[in-house]
Design a protein around this ligand. Structure first.
Ligand code: SAH
Length: 224
C-alpha cells in the first residue's frame, strides 16, 4: 500500500499512536492488529479527510450514502476475533470506506470484499486502486457470499445482520472463523462461529456493538 506524499505526516502519526494506545487500554491485545492500524492513515478514508478529531478518536463517522466507517475499537475487536494470519483468504461483507479492508490487507491477508451500494463500491474501488491496496472488490449482496471464490479461511461481516446468512456458513473452510454482529436495528451481539467439521459449528458471544444494518436485496416482483 502507498499513500500519496503529504497524505500522512508526523502529526497524524502521533495522533494515531495515541489512538492505538487507547485501543490497547480498552483491551485489544493482538499486536498485529494494532500494528496494522498504526500503519494506516484512517483520515484518508473519510470525506472530510482533515477532520483529525473524527479520524483519531474512537468514534464512527459518516462516509456517504447513509453509511459509516466503524469505530476504531470495533474494527480492532472484529479483526482480533478473526485471528488473521498471513495469507489467510478473507471475505469481508460491507466494504464501505475500505478502511477495514486495508487493515486486513496490511495484516497479510488476501481479501475479497462485497459492497451493496453502487456509489460506495465505485468510490472505494477507485480509492483502493489509487493507494495500491490489493483487495478484490465486488458489487453485490453479501447475504449470498462469494461462491466463486469460496471457501474462505475467515469471513467478517461489518454491518448488523438480523440473522446469520446460511451461504456464509457453508462458504467457510473447516477450521475457519466467521465474525458477525447479529441483532435487530442498532444493537447487535458480536458472534464468532468456528467451523469444526463439515457439519459442526461452535458459537461464542463477544459483547454488544452498534452497526448500520446489513440490508437484504428484495426482489420486487411485477404483478401482472
Ligand atoms: N467496513 C466498513 C464499514 C462500513 S458500514 C468500513 O470500514 O468503512 C457497513 C457497509 O455494509 C455499508 O457500506 C453498507 O452499504 C454495506 N452493506 C449493507 N448491507 C449489505 C449487503 N447485503 N451486502 C453488502 N454490503 C452491505
Amino acid at each position: 500500500m502507498g499513500f500519496k506524499e503529504g497524505v500522512d505526516n508526523f502529526k497524524y502519526q502521533g495522533l494515531r499512536k495515541k489512538l492505538i494506545r487507547e485501543l490497547a487500554e480498552k483491551g485489544i491485545q493482538d499486536q498485529d492488529v494494532l500494528a496494522a492500524m498504526d500503519s494506516i492513515p484512517r483520515h484518508a478514508f473519510m470525506d472530510k479527510a482533515f477532520d483529525t478529531y473524527a479520524a483519531y478518536n474512537d468514534i464512527a463517522f459518516p462516509i456517504g450514502d447513509g453509511q459509516t466507517i466503524s469505530h476504531p475499537y470495533t474494527v480492532a475487536r472484529q479483526t482480533e476475533l478473526l485471528q488473521v494470519k498471513k495469507r489467510d483468504v478473507v471475505l469481508e461483507i460491507g466494504t464501505g470506506s475500505g478502511y477495514q479492508t486495508c487493515v486486513l490487507v496490511a495484516m497479510g491477508a488476501k481479501v475479497f470484499s462485497i459492497e451493496r451500494q453502487k456509489g460506495l463500491y465505485d468510490k472505494t474501488k477507485f480509492f483502493l486502486h489509487d493507494i495500491d491496496c490489493s483487495a478484490r472488490l465486488f458489487h453485490g449482496d453479501g447475504y449470498l457470499g462469494l461462491p466463486l471464490f469460496a471457501p474462505f479461511d475467515k469471513i467478517i461481516v461489518t454491518a448488523g445482520a438480523p440473522h446469520i446468512p446460511e451461504p456464509l456458513l457453508s462458504q467457510l473452510k473447516v477450521g475457519g472463523i466467521l465474525v458477525i454482529p447479529v441483532g435487530p436495528s442498532d444493537k447487535q451481539v458480536m458472534i464468532v462461529i468456528k467451523r469444526l467439521t463439515e457439519k459442526h459449528y461452535e458459537q461464542s458471544e463477544h459483547g454488544l456493538f452498534s452497526f448500520v444494518p446489513l440490508l437484504e436485496n428484495k426482489v420486487v416482483k411485477k404483478t401482472l
